[in-house]
Write a protein that binds this ligand. Sequence first.
Ligand SMILES: [Zn+2]
Ligand SMILES: [Zn+2]
Length: 169
Amino acid sequence: MLIRLSKFLSSEQISLKINENFVIDDEVFLSKTHLHKNIVFSGEVFKVDESVVMNGKIEYTLADECARCLKPFDKTIETNFEAVLLQQLDETVEDESDEIRLKITDGCVDLEEIIKQMIYLSLPMKSLCKEDCKGICPNCGVNLNYEECKCENNLTDPRFDKLKDLLKD
Ligand SMILES: [Zn+2]
Ligand SMILES: [Zn+2]
């Protein structure tokens, strides 16, 4: 996932737009995250005073599962980051800020690590196949988005009748 910057760095240009399609070939990472291997990176690199700053956007798709009805579906997620690109990374200097720093090596910056980190950080905790997913009937296991269930476990539930009786007293 190398971005070649040597031309840009030696030019008079102030900014450079980037659009790249990357393929993640780390099988362990892919199976852990359920990610589809193709991701889209878009961003811009700016020269600011003495430094170079990158704004990046990562778009990825993962095979998710609805937390309510367990239906598998694909979810596309976007996440953004900003990083400072440096020719020299001084590891001995303690870094107090949480600024992201990436090293430029031979005019290139390798985005693999930062992309993986940003994906980890933005993975959804819980997803629904749709906002108003009706879920699965806990009684008969029917997917209530597609079928009506015959459990009638709503207001006619005998437990509710008991409750109504209790409330009456
Ligand atoms: Zn669902
Ligand atoms: Zn049911």
